[in-house]
Design a protein around this ligand. Structure first.
Ligand code: LLP
Length: 452
């Protein structure tokens, strides 16, 4: 088992001011309350309703540029492919494509989203352990940059399909370097016990086999060791050193290795974590692979999109029960799943200017879904939040909307993007008609009041 990232539950919670200081797109205005860029969040809630995801275009741009700059400044020949799973909203992907980012996709839906957002096929990488034949067919038809293969079985399937179509599919072999990313066990991927990639010891023989397959054009290697990596760069360093030796070994066998996809995983501070910087990551890539003579690729999701988004929600009601204070919101685990699924900590800020400086008492912040796991925070210090007060969950731009469901028949929330003083709805709130659409009651089910 991977050791979970150490939790610092005993460390004092960051104050509202601490949280704001670290998040340049957010500020408080004495009259308008919490703002994203130049737009009061209350205005968006008023116009669009709640719950609503709100993304900062400025933050997305700034972070995409910071990452690309760090790679360039380290002298690396690298391309960045945004992990679409973290936020597949078309406006987000299109904005990042405009910054020159490609896309990392893991399904037909994500491939279609990336293309619809304007990502060129030549910038798309298809990852994932279970690509279906239909997905492979689409990837071949679109002539995407590469498919990252996860097993010999998958290679054989793709080879046969490509040959039957008279094509060659560009592929990289995803290697599992067996390093512990020291993150949450549910999001570590680079250990032998995980389902991802092929064990590094078996890679040389398999790579040679792949190179002999007529339907494949083998372009290199890929890896991804885990997500929300916050314990420095040592896990990355170990993985890239292993990949570097593998590149040399394959080349010594006369096999071509043009590029290495270094995966994603760079963590962000949700609470008080101090993750490595893009510059530190770039330096680590350089140390492991800089002299391997390969083109490099990166597949970050969270680092770019996470800090760019908030989830806006309204208080339905507060209740006191058995000495505990419960703040019940109109957002729930079906919207933001991370606290229920990973016990993730997200900052929660009140939106109203008065609430920002009001006295605080501990509260359990919960949603209305009928599960105890529908709890966003326990014992969080918050001011009094009368019904209809607004709160914002921070760092909800990655694995937020993308992990939502309609559990409890709750429609998917709206999504908005702020750009300076301007803002636009980038996904309408799902309507109840859409929620029920596509379902059928067969004629052989007798409804109440109908004759049997
Ligand atoms: N590449 C591959 C092959 C991946 O599997 C992932 C994420 C990424 C790139 C992007 O990783 P990132 O840079 O975003 O860490 N739902 C979880 C995270 C799951 C990550 C899955 N794979 C969460 O909310 O924390």
């Amino acid at each position: 088992m991977a050791a979970p990232a150490p939790r610092r539950d005993d460390a004092p919670e960051p104050s509202f001011a601490d949280l704001l200081a670290q998040r340049p797109a957010l500020s408080t205005d004495a009259l308008a309350g919490l703002m994203m860029e130049e737009v009061p969040l209350a205005r968006i809630a008023q116009a669009v309703g709640t719950p609503t995801w709100v993304y900062s275009a400025g933050t997305l741009r700034r972070r995409a540029r910071a990452l690309c700059d760090a790679l360039r400044e380290a002298g690396l020949d690298a391309t960045v492919h945004f992990a679409t799973k973290s936020n597949p909203n078309l406006a987000v992907v299109a904005l990042l494509a405009g910054e020159g980012l490609g896309a990392d996709v893991v399904s037909e839906g994500e491939l279609r989203a990336a293309r619809a957002a304007g990502v060129p096929a030549s910038g798309i990488v298809f990852s994932g352990v279970g690509k279906t034949e239909r997905e492979m067919r689409l990837a071949i038809a679109e002539d995407i940059l590469q498919l990252n293969l996860e097993s010999a079985e998958e290679a054989e399937m793709l080879d046969a399909l490509a040959r039957s179509l008279g094509r060659r599919a560009r592929v990289a072999l995803r290697v599992n370097p067996d390093v512990d990313a020291r993150t949450h066990a549910k999001i570590t991927t680079g250990l032998t016990e995980n389902k991802f990639g092929v064990p590094i010891a078996l890679a040389p023989a398999l790579y040679a086999r792949l190179c002999a397959m007529e339907g494949l054009e083998v372009v290199g290697l890929a890896t991804h060791i885990g997500s929300q990596i916050t314990q420095g760069v040592s896990s990355y360093a170990a993985a890239y050193a292993r990949l570097g030796s593998l590149v040399r070994e394959l080349r010594a066998q006369g096999l071509p290795v043009e590029r290495v996809d270094c995966g994603g995983g760079l963590g962000i501070p949700y609470r008080d974590e101090i993750p490595a910087s893009p510059a530190a990551l770039a330096g680590t890539i350089k140390a492991g692979l800089g002299d391997a003579g390969v083109k490099l690729m990166l597949e970050p999701g969270r680092w770019i999109a996470g800090p760019a988004g908030v989830l806006l929600s309204r208080v339905v009601i507060e209740k006191q029960s058995a000495g505990r204070r419960f703040v019940i919101l109109d957002a729930a685990m079906n919207d933001l799943l991370r606290p229920a699924m990973y016990e993730a900590w997200h900052g929660i800020l009140p939106v109203s200017p008065a609430a920002f400086h009001a006295p605080q008492t501990p509260a359990d912040v919960v949603g209305p879904v009928c599960e105890s796991s529908d709890t966003f925070a326990k014992g969080r210090n918050l001011p009094a939040l009368p019904p209809a007060s607004l709160v914002a969950f921070l760092d909800a731009g990655a694995y937020g909307a993308s992990m939502s469901s309609t559990y409890n028949a709750r429609p998917l929330a709206a999504e908005v993007m702020v750009n300076g003083s301007d803002w636009s709805v980038v996904r309408e709130r799902q309507g109840y008609e859409q929620l029920l659409a596509g379902q059928r009651i067969p004629g052989w089910i007798t409804r109440p009041g109908e004759a049997r």
